[in-house]
Every structure is written in C-alpha cells, then in structure tokens.
Ligand binder design. Structure first.
Ligand SMILES: O=c1ccn([C@@H]2O[C@H](COP(=O)(O)O)[C@@H](O)[C@H]2O)c(=O)[nH]1
Length: 275
C-alpha cells in the first residue's frame, strides 16, 4: 500500500490532525517529571496512551530526545514503535538535509525496515537542493513511506529565503520546492509531502499538489482552525494536515485530558476544512 493510500485511510478514519510529541524541558517540569531520560520516557509513555489509538498522525520532534543521547533515542524508538502499533502514522520531525549520499543514510535510519527508528515518514530540508533529496525520495517510495519537505515554514524567520526568487525563473524558492515535489507525486504514491505553516498567507499555488501538506502552527504559534480555509484556499484540503504540539501537551499529564484535547482540535479542524 502506498503512503498516499495509508495516509488516506488514517485521516479517513481518525480525521485530519497531527499531534506533536515535543518534550520541552518546561513541559517535563509542568508534568511533574524530571528533565532527564526517565522523565522523557514517562512523558512518551503518557503520549502513547493518549494519542496512539486516536490521532491519524503522531509527530515526535526529534530535537527534544537528542539531548538525552542514547537513552533519548531509545525512548524515541519505543515511542515510534508503540504509536505505529496503535494504528497512528508516525512522522519523525528530524528535518534532515545533506548531500545525496548522506541523505541515503538518513533515509535508511528513518524509513528502512529493521531500523530501530523506522517511522512512516520523516521531515527533510531541501536547502542543499531538492535534487539532493533524491535518495531519500527513492527510499520513501520503496518503504511505502514519505518524506515531508520544508517549503514555507510557520516561523517568520523563513520568509526572506523562502520568498526569494530562483535565478532565471521568477518563481519563489518555496514555489519551486512545491512544483518539484508535485512532479515526484505524479506516480500517485503521495510519497512526498510538504511543510507549509498555517500561521500566515503563504503565497503558494498548491492546486496541483497531490500529497500531504503538514501545516504546523495551530495553538502556540497563533494559528487557529478557523484560519485554515483561507490559508489553504486553492489547495485540495483533503491533503491538509494541521498540526499542534504545545497547545495539546499543556493538558498533560492527564491521559484523558490529552486525549480529549486531540479529539476537540481534530473536530475543530474537520469542521473548518469541510469534507
Ligand atoms: O514550519 C515548521 C516546521 C516544523 N515545525 C515543528 O512543529 C512543532 C510545532 O510545535 P508547537 O508547539 O505547536 O508550536 C515543533 O516541533 C516545530 O519544530 C514548526 O513549528 N514549523
């Protein structure tokens, strides 16, 4: 089953929403946990209980596991496996980007069967050139997984580089990424996704893009479900996947409250985006 088919099944049964697992030190403390590997493990276990059976997509932010070294990666590996076993798709937010030969190694870490960190998809950065992502794209297709490439990020700092015009073409850097990603999805696999923030008008033409569009920025970064129809006007909203981390996680450590926060936000998103 292609990633596109698996994605459509997941959002068809669970709704369009991606919950982030971002064990910020402040959240660990607020949940009464230590800012250490044991604290992160307990945090991850609570998230698995609350999200694995509910959310279509769970997105662990790898950066918050890395400070704990091998122990942090062991927690991340267990979290990924448990969420996948619970029926959620796991998008590892690792934002990897390098020359092609190194991208192949990143892809095998996050997408190859047998890897301890095997997820369904991984975020990548195209700023060493979209072509440098080719080995990761091939690996994603082979694994029925996906890479989600940054295009127009949710933070204001990205605007300068992402809206710069590509020499000799007149299109923006972000639009060129969208167009190259759309070309990769012409086979119908939807194995290339985009990251387009929900926080502002992005100025992109997404009409021909046939793959998932991760839209971070709900809640803590100021976007709301009500903003989505305008921000994603012109896109096929069946592919839009709004995401939130801190605004959900602030309801922890109570599992029922976390679970309810996901359901509430998912219902708001579904109501706003329509069928
Ligand atoms: O453009 C982007 C790409 C990725 N992110 C990541 O999503 C979450 C957002 O967390 P919130 O707590 O909901 O703000 C975080 O892991 C970011 O690294 C993004 O925000 N914007």
């Amino acid at each position: 089953m292609t990633f596109g088919a698996r994605y459509r099944d997941a959002v068809g049964s669970r709704g369009r929403f991606c919950v982030g697992v971002d064990p910020h030190p402040e959240l660990l403390t607020a949940w009464g946990l230590g800012v250490d590997a044991d604290g992160v493990r307990r945090f991850a276990d609570i998230c698995v209980e609350a999200f694995a059976g509910t959310a279509a997509v769970v997105k662990p932010q790898v950066a918050f596991f890395e400070p704990f070294g091998a122990d942090g990666f062991a927690v991340l590996a267990d979290l990924i496996a448990a969420c996948r076993a619970g029926g959620a798709l796991v998008l590892a937010d690792a934002k990897r980007g390098d020359i092609g030969s190194t991208m192949a190694a990143y892809a095998s870490a996050w997408l190859a069967d047998g890897s301890p960190l095997r997820a369904d998809a991984v975020t990548v950065s195209p700023y060493l050139g979209f072509g440098a992502l080719a080995p990761a794209l091939s690996a994603a297709r082979a694994a029925d997984g996906a890479v989600f490439t940054l295009a127009r990020t949710s933070n204001p700092d990205g605007t300068g580089v992402q809206t710069a015009r590509v020499m000799g073409t007149g299109v923006t850097v972000a639009q060129q990424i969208v167009d190259e990603a759309a070309g990769e999805n012409a086979d119908g696999s939807a194995s290339v996704g985009l990251v387009v923030g929900a926080t502002r008008a992005h100025g992109l033409d997404l009409a021909r893009f046939g793959g998932p569009i991760l839209a971070p920025g709900l809640g803590a970064q100021g976007a709301s479900a009500a903003d989505l129809p305008e921000v994603f006007a012109g896109a096929d909203t069946r592919w839009v996947l709004p995401a939130s981390s801190r605004d959900i996680l602030r309801h922890g450590p109570d599992v029922a409250a976390l679970h309810a926060a996901v359901e509430r936000t998912r219902d708001e998103v579904e109501g706003a985006l329509g069928p």
